[in-house]
Design a protein around this ligand. Sequence first.
Ligand SMILES: Nc1ncnc2c1ncn2[C@@H]1O[C@H](COP(=O)(O)OP(=O)(O)O)[C@@H](O)[C@H]1O
Ligand SMILES: [Mg+2]
Length: 377
Amino acid sequence: MVSVLNLSLLAEVEALSPMGSGALPACIDTQCHQDAESDVAPTCFGSENSAVSSDSDEAVVIEEAPKVQARASRLKVPSLLQRRQFGSKLSLSPSKIRMDVRPVAPVEQGSLEQYTVLEELGQGSCGIVYRALRKADKTPVALKLMRIADPEEFAAAEREYKLLRGIDHSCVVKAIDFFRYSKGAVLVMEHFDGTDLQALIGKTSHRKLGEATVASLFGQLVGALRHLHKLGVVHRDVKAENVLVSSDLRHLKLVDFNTAERVCEGGTLLDRVGTPAYMSPEVLLGEAVTEAADIWGAGLCLHLMLFGNLPADRNDFASHEDFGRALRAGGGFTPSTKSCGGSFAARAVLAKCLELDFQKRATACSVLEHTWFSASL
Ligand SMILES: Nc1ncnc2c1ncn2[C@@H]1O[C@H](COP(=O)(O)OP(=O)(O)O)[C@@H](O)[C@H]1O
Ligand SMILES: [Mg+2]
């Protein structure tokens, strides 16, 4: 079913699309071969290029946009801010809280008219992502159209752009531009030709990938997290829907930095944000949001790739706390007992990522040191 947001944004892009909505093709069709082991790329954790940029401190002026607010208020999807503040606020020590995003290059003066909008690539709780071509040079891009109700939401959307601009890693999607449009804000990203991990697993026969492929993809995901964590950035929504994989299963990119935050070294964050099914026990129980929460999310992605499912279902529990307590108590699952399949080494890596005590959970660096990766080459 097409959501209200979908219709609203579609109306906007129809005017710009050469095809009109009736001609909007289906989402990208990605072929997935379970037996792609033989030609899988060597395990590579991705390349890191730079630290956070701090080129300029020019601020973006947030203007009042009553028309946009009025229209946006009719939309029936959670707003950006609602998503960022998902769950209850926690009362952690303010001395340990996030730092403000460092200033990055000024927002360019883009507009939707600079792009030919093509088909929808996907959507989440913040907006809809379309494939598009930059008219000037035919560069393929991905446009994330987000509805914005007020300046605070605009600032939240802009944070995603600013954070992404400061990250340069081959396994993290790159941000190109950010600007306002009549219904909200647009984040322009490099287009990654692939499908999200959740959809990929759904299309794969027996819902499983071969282990060499899994090691290669998981290495790239944790390589991206290692880079983020070195920069003091916690993604906070690492899940299969935010991981894109190329059709030949060789390349992976992490997307969706809407909930990402900077933390002081060894610090914790205040808000419980993210997706409940992928939240770690300490996040569900309101104790802490650290880099370890990203490793938990990556561990669940690994479980999904190895076994075709998640080890526990949030829907079986009445509240986040119940779910968190069940996980803490063992949750009826451990990677080595509940799931079948996967080599001993793969299970060992999984167990390191799904360690219940976040202070003992492996870091991205230590995960990547495991011999599973070199053995899977
Ligand atoms: N740069 C990109 N290239 C290709 N597809 C993308 C890109 N960014 C996002 N997508 C697709 O759009 C979906 C929604 O994007 P995402 O940033 O996760 O939005 P949300 O914040 O609403 O969850 C993703 O799950 C993915 O399928
Ligand atoms: Mg998403």
